[in-house]
Design a protein around this ligand. Structure first.
Ligand code: LFR
Length: 489
């Protein structure tokens, strides 16, 4: 089989990307794109699984129309959200979106019952109010008890396509229920939630062959013959796999999408008290690695501003307008929980500026500028933290994902961090997804070769730091906003 297809679904859009190795170069072609987002029903936020499945099927039909009769397929999505199934494999509840407000205050409540230090020592996972641990705690007890299986979103999509149940490890680690030492679900945490181990499927590593899309689906929708390969199903895990190989220079990555995930890849977790205090996570990676990183609020801020602005301007236009506004005029501590899912992001940003005595951004370009300046300063603060925690100095920051297209944000990041920024590829998540499929198919030897191929196949843009006038004063202003007040407190 020469065709490999990545299904990559993020919080705001999904795509099916065809990957092929042509003369040693990895070539991508988008075969289908669709929008995604949670919808509000009776005051709660839900994802629509049937819609997502339908779009995957649409995409596969497009592939067939292009003459693809055989392929491998891998699926990645965002993390933490889950689907409950009954013994017949039917979905028994709606799928809550992680930004739903039902978890407000739950992390604190659980923290009073389970010492957070113990949970962190065990799991190494950062405190985020939407971790599956807290979502399950907030879930209707009876419904949870009655569930035969608990699958995360990509596990469920694989199951619907191929019929096999699994809990893939890179994503399962984001539940905050896995024990780093035992490398399985932790018995005490499950007991705390009133759950049994059998309610989860076997943990499965990226690279495993999950068999073919069912005959019924193929016949009903006239689909290609697809062999399902378990990839790193957490989008961030795939994005990190898709980071190009570096030439001997120490580098950190920033996976820039709805979230900004800033970190390094490690072959061991760092779950000491300092890492806990700074709220860094150790999510499990493919091939025995760990994603030591921090969640920063990311492009969600601008996505929301754009949505509330009626989608009048593209992201490129917003960056252009922001570039025309004076810099560092108004700043927000973007990781504050108030920005996680406010009723109105524009009002929330304006209110935060008003409260801190700064000019209130009015025009959409001014709001965008406030967001990009604040994100860049956040990256600076957390990069310093990362260096302290790992004891490794960073020379280069590799930005991958959609945010690598935002020249203004990349340049601002280089300027305020004083580091060279290497931007690209934007499709690192699809690339990481495809890399696992290609390794499994024997087209590439290992992840080192895959990363080498990625760096040779895509143009990477370099941004060198330029001096920021009045930087010392700017940093003082930034610190006064308490940017360390995090999504976890
Ligand atoms: C990015 C991401 C992050 C995760 C957040 C919620 O798309 O997967 O890694 O913390 O979404 O699932």
């Amino acid at each position: 089989m020469t065709y490999h297809i990545a299904v990559d679904i993020g919080a705001s859009s999904g795509r099916l990307v065809l990957g092929q190795l042509v003369d040693g170069s990895l070539q991508l072609e988008e075969i289908h794109r669709f929008s995604n987002g949670f919808t509000e029903q009776e005051g709660s936020c839900f994802w629509d699984m049937d819609y997502l499945l339908n779009e995957i099927i649409n995409g596969l039909q497009q592939a067939k129309l292009r003459g693809i009769h055989e392929c491998t397929l891998g699926i990645d999505t965002w993390a933490v959200d889950y689907v409950l199934l009954d013994a017949e494999g039917k979905q028994i509840s709606r799928v809550y979106a992680y930004r739903d407000h039902r978890t407000d205050g739950v992390m604190e409540e659980v923290g009073r019952l389970l010492p957070p230090e113990k949970v962190y020592a065990k799991t190494g996972i950062q405190q985020l109010p939407f971790n599956t641990l807290y979502q399950l705690y907030a879930h209707d007890r009876e419904e949870l008890k009655a569930a035969d299986q608990i699958l995360l979103v990509p596990d469920y999509l694989y199951y619907r396509l191929g019929g096999r149940k699994m809990n893939e490890v890179t994503n399962a680690s984001t539940t905050q229920l896995l024990d780093l030492a035992a490398r399985d679900f932790d018995a005490q945490l499950l007991e705390f939630l009133g759950l049994r181990r059998e309610q989860f499927a076997p943990l499965t590593e990226p690279g495993e062959d999950l068999g073919f899309i069912t005959q019924e689906l193929r016949a009903e929708y006239d689909l290609p013959e697809c062999r399902l390969i378990c990839v790193a199903t957490h989008d961030t895990a795939s994005a990190v796999l898709g980071v190009p190989a570096q030439k001997d220079r120490a580098s950190a990555y920033l996976s820039s999408g709805t979230w900004s995930l800033l970190g390094v890849e490690l072959d061991h977790p760092i779950n000491n008290s300092r890492a806990m205090a700074a709220n860094y996570t150790n999510e499990w990676g493919a091939y025995g690695t760990y994603r030591f990183l921090k969640n920063i609020m990311g492009l969600w801020l601008i996505q929301e501003v754009r949505r509330l602005d009626g989608g009048r301007f593209s992201f490129a236009e917003l960056a252009e307008q922001a570039g025309e506004c004076p810099g560092f005029r108004s700043l927000i501590p973007c990781n504050h929980p108030r920005f996680l899912n406010p009723d109105d992001m524009i009002q929330e940003i304006r209110q935060a500026c008003l409260e801190s005595g700064q000019p209130v951004p009015q025009a959409t370009g001014e709001l965008a500028r406030c967001i990009f300046d604040s994100l860049a300063l956040s990256y600076r603060s957390h990069l310093a933290e990362l260096e302290e925690l790992t004891g490794e100095l960073t020379q280069v920051l590799q930005i991958v994902g959609g945010g690598a297209n935002n020249g203004l944000l990349c340049q601002l990041t280089a300027d305020v961090t004083g580091r060279e920024v290497l931007a690209g590829p934007t499709e690192s998540t699809a690339l990481g997804n495809l890399a696992v499929q290609m390794i499994e198919a024997g087209r590439m030897a290992d992840i080192h070769e895959a990363r080498q191929t990625i760096s040779q196949s895509f143009a990477i843009q370099s941004y060198l730091p330029q001096p920021v006038p009045g930087l010392a004063e700017l940093l003082l202003r930034w610190e006064q906003l308490h940017p360390g007040a995090d999504v976890h407190n």
